[in-house]
Design a protein around this ligand. Structure first.
Ligand code: FNR
Length: 342
């Protein structure tokens, strides 16, 4: 199967499997405040994360590229929406484009459409320092995301089976690059143990990437004859993954992602100790169905929702939102109690 076909399958299957009305973030509830002393006009959702200034704590998370004209068109729509709303954006994995120059236009279009925006490059951990620098250079990226996708690889018949030495390679990349390095999961969740291993690696930001949204076990299982169905239920749910990562990584910056649906989810991620939130599937759905304008409208609505929730809980800025009291219920409360994380 060609790489272009695989990339298109990812988009198609992500749209058909990824949406869930429920989220582990439903287990987090803000404690209502009747005297918030706030005004939405003065609510400031800007945030500083790993030395990068973002006008809102929202990131269009890594999705696509490399698959030819179709993925270039999706990337162009996402980049136009990012430029129109001022949100940061990551491109999909550039690992293959580093080796095949003819694929690079599908990524470069993201910088062309959004010359002044905050853009993240993306590779796997197997690349050399030079290749990581090439990925950054390709789109004049402000940071590099290194994705960890063990379960996706194991479900893919042609995927990796050897994950030795990844931490050492990540360290070399983080030390060798001039831009901040972000380590991210693709939807199975960063655990306390994984985040702890990354301490003193030079990595600046961790994206906890929990389960409950786009499910790469389901996506890859659709592409194989004898599915490893047991991995479809695998992973640390988003709310627990964020709490685990924050617990190990504090005071470092944490991005929360995995099935993020709206501004309320983003507010909850910040109240759990995250600094920003990544959305992939939800923005992709808007871009595919309604183009760049639809994706931009969705992002504006999400920004507005976040500010309204901040006003309700009396948080005039992101630091105050981090201190807003929440109660944890259900599976998330049980998980964190079992894990000794409060
Ligand atoms: C992804 N994701 C992803 N992540 C990554 O680091 N490199 C990549 O190349 C891709 N490719 C990709 C393609 C498609 C079509 C989707 C939908 C997603 C994973 C993505 O960044 C994110 O971690 C997960 O999708 C979970 O977030 P959502 O979709 O639940 O918001």
């Amino acid at each position: 199967m060609s790489r272009a076909r695989r990339k298109q399958d990812h988009i198609e299957y992500a749209l058909s499997t990824g949406f869930s009305a429920e989220s582990s973030l439903d287990d987090i509830q803000f404690v209502h405040q009747s005297l918030p002393d706030s005004a939405s006009l003065y609510t400031d959702a800007s945030v500083e994360i790993g030395g990068l200034s973002l006008s809102s704590p929202i990131l269009i998370n890594a999705m696509t590229g490399g698959g030819g004209d179709e993925t270039a068109a999706v990337n162009a729509s996402l980049a136009e929406a990012a430029a129109a709303t001022g949100v940061a954006m990551a491109v999909g994995s550039q690992t293959s484009a580093i080796k095949n120059e003819q694929e690079s236009y599908t990524y470069k279009i993201v910088r062309e459409k959004n010359p002044d925006g905050v853009i993240f490059a993306n590779t796997g951990s197997e690349v050399s320092v030079e290749q990581a620098a090439q990925a950054v250079e390709m789109i004049q990226a402000d940071a590099l995301q290194i994705h960890l996708n063990v379960i996706q690889e194991l479900v893919m018949p042609e995927g990796d089976r050897d994950f030795q030495g990844a931490l050492e390679r990540i360290k070399r990349i983080a030390e060798g690059l001039s831009v901040p390095v972000i380590v991210k999961e693709v939807g199975f969740g960063i655990s306390f143990e994984t985040a702890a291993k990354l301490r003193s690696s030079g990595v600046v930001i961790i994206d906890a990437g929990g389960s409950g949204g786009t499910n790469f076990s389901m996506i890859e299982n659709k592409r194989r004859n004898q599915p490893f169905a047991f991995f479809d239920q695998w992973g640390i749910p988003t709310a627990a993954a964020i709490a685990e990562t924050v617990h190990a990584w504090h005071p470092g910056s944490v991005i929360g992602s995995g099935g993020v649906r709206h501004g309320l989810d983003i507010a909850k991620i910040i109240a759990l100790g995250g600094s920003a939130s990544g959305m992939a599937g939800a923005v992709l759905r808007e871009a595919k169905n309604h183009g760049a304008d639809g994706a931009a409208a969705f992002l504006r609505q999400t920004q507005e929702e976040l500010k309204i929730v901040m006003t309700a809980v009396g948080a005039q800025n992101i630091e105050e939102l981090k201190r807003a009291p929440v109660v944890l219920r259900g599976e998330t409360a049980y998980w964190l109690k079992e894990r000794g994380i409060d």
